[in-house]
Design a protein around this ligand. Sequence first.
Ligand SMILES: *[C@@H]1O[C@H](CO)[C@@H](O)[C@H](O)[C@H]1NC(C)=O
Length: 349
Amino acid sequence: MYSLNGKFGALVTMMALLLALLYCYISLSFRVVVTFEQEQAIANGRSAGTVRKNHVFHLVAPDHLMYKQPSIVEGRTDVVTVTPWLAPVVWEGTFNPELLDSIYRQQNISIAATVFAVGKYIMFLKDFLETAEQHFFVGFRVQIFVFTDRPNEVPKVKMAADRGVTVHAVPSSNRWQVISARRMELVQELIEQKLQGKTDYIFCLDVDSKFHNRWGTESLGGLVAVIHPGYYWDPRSNFPYERRAQSRAYVAVGEGDFYYCGGAFGGNIEEVRLLAKTCRSNFEADSADGLEAAWQEESHLNRYMWINKPSKILSPEYLWQDFKSRNREIQIIRFSGIVKNYADIRPNV
Ligand SMILES: *[C@@H]1O[C@H](CO)[C@@H](O)[C@H](O)[C@H]1NC(C)=O
């Protein structure tokens, strides 16, 4: 009887030990995620508790979803699909849209987009909104935030349930450089005052552009940059980075990865908040020194992305320019800047 109890006791001890080990293992693996979030939170000056979910690290596909077999030996060979820091470069043919959509649909994500329609730029808003409704995250919860000095002229566009437009009035400005400069400030404020804890991702887009094809869940990531269509065949010494060392947007000759668009960028709202906050304060510090970077916010964005590597890069399919003939490697144009006459729309050039 005694010996049986002894064995039973040993068994219980063993079980308890195993459970303790399992607990340690689980809490340790969990710690990895928490640590990342805490770091982010510290960098952002917030407590860890407000970070909602961790989409990037945990992609859950629906059970029994049927789709084309992936391959690591067949696929696009005409373009580079990964950066030297192993961020994917999104090109047509590198992703399965149905698979990605079904992964993100289960997460019930919501996406914000910002667009600035100041002065005569309001004329581009109708096409932007109508084509966004046809191509931008179709089937997902999307809120487009329009910043304009002409709120009464914002066109009514019919949108699906769970999608909408919110108008924010901003003062007009007589210099387009100033309008461009204030964007980062407004993006930061929007995230802090309206989006934190409610929205998962945000994209900041140029209004003088139209969607032509899908822009969807394949574009989601922590920090997402779009390669500028004008420079990706060029050596980096040709990139129009800010080249004065006194500027906080300075990138030296021989430095830099790609030339990224100021007209489209985004990612997780915390990452974009950090980017907007940093670019804004660098911009303001430059201003105080009487400096304006070569391409204003785009220069500061490029400097930021040189140090803070984007976790996902979108190919120039994601911001082409209508006046450019389509290069061979561009199999599809998703979003493109329309041809415009600057003298007509900018208050000063
Ligand atoms: C998705 O999130 C929204 C907003 O939080 C909520 O109203 C809706 O019920 C959610 N849908 C599902 C399927 O969980």
